[in-house]
Design a protein around this ligand. Sequence first.
Ligand code: 1CP
Length: 340
Amino acid sequence: MSAFLRACRRQPTEYTPIWLMRQAGRYQKEYRAIREKVSFIELCKDPALACEVTVRAVDQLDVDAGIIFADILLILEPLGIGFEFTDDQGPRIGTPVRSAEQIDAVREEIDAAVALSYVMEAIRLTRAELSVPLIGFAGAPFTLASYMIEGGRSTTFYETKQLMHRDPGAWNALMGKLAQAIAQYLNAQVKAGAQALQLFDSWVGCLSPADYVRFVLPHVRTIFEQLDPAVPSIHFGTGNPALYPLLKAAGGDVVGVDWRVPLGAQWDTLGKQEVAIMGNLDPAVLLAPRDVMNRAADVVLQEAAGSPGHIFNLGHGVMPAAQVDQVRALVDHVHEASRR
Ligand code: 1CP
């Protein structure tokens, strides 16, 4: 079994496996060249191009896993929510969902294998070309709901929290529909060939632990309960260290943590015998001089202390300003410095 899949299962590996969130993207000149010809959505919906972009990131970086090129928002289309990607503002939802009537109109069930067949086809094509495991993914209900309700990116999440507190019934109805659709979508990706899954709850850190327990955790738990246990799952959240024990409780074989926590102490709190951990270099360190970056990576490796079950990653995605040779140098350094 590959080092990445073994680490997901907390089995010993000869070196610490590494992959990077957003390892395919604008920091690569080949990606920018493709994006001059096609829009982001066209790229996601073209399985051959999505496969090309996914495989190139693995080849350029020599990482231990690929992640299928897609986006967490693609599932909104089959749910009946129109959106577009703007070049400067990020995603924009046509009509934000803010009333009980609008939540009623969100579709109950999607057949992801049909509605998102282009993702499934991209997974099949990529599996045939990759020699490392391929990760499938989806956005978590809170993060997806926040885009639907805010209408785009947010820093305060006031509209989302307002709906949650004003009408818990409508909130739970929306979260329940999203959880069902997400579970169905993730299982369809496994059928198509995904060998691991990641649930991205990128913005859930804006919540208090008490609100996470009441308004989010039960819905996320239903997702993990429905996933095929033969395929390891990663539960990623950022921005709020107090939530990590709750993310673990909600489910997943691996908890993905950001740089706001010391990885070792966080892993001790979660239980090294109970869950694997992924993280957690600050992506900004990619912009530092190479020796500074390597020393920061060494700190992460020392925190993990070579314990089985550490997957090296950034605490969030590679930024567009990163340089490909620097990102590759990070991967090479982690492989060499962790060899046992
Ligand atoms: O060409 C472009 O400008 C598009 C930029 C881009 C890319 C490369 C977007 C728009 N999405 C993606 C790909 C993507 N998105 C991947 C696969 C690539 C890889 O990892 O190698 C994945 C896993 C995602 C997941 C995603 N999309 C998340 C969760 C991860 C995270 O960064 O927290 C989120 C929040 C999104 C929404 C999204 N899509 C795109 C943008 C610019 C955003 C963020 C907008 C915001 O700040 O709210």
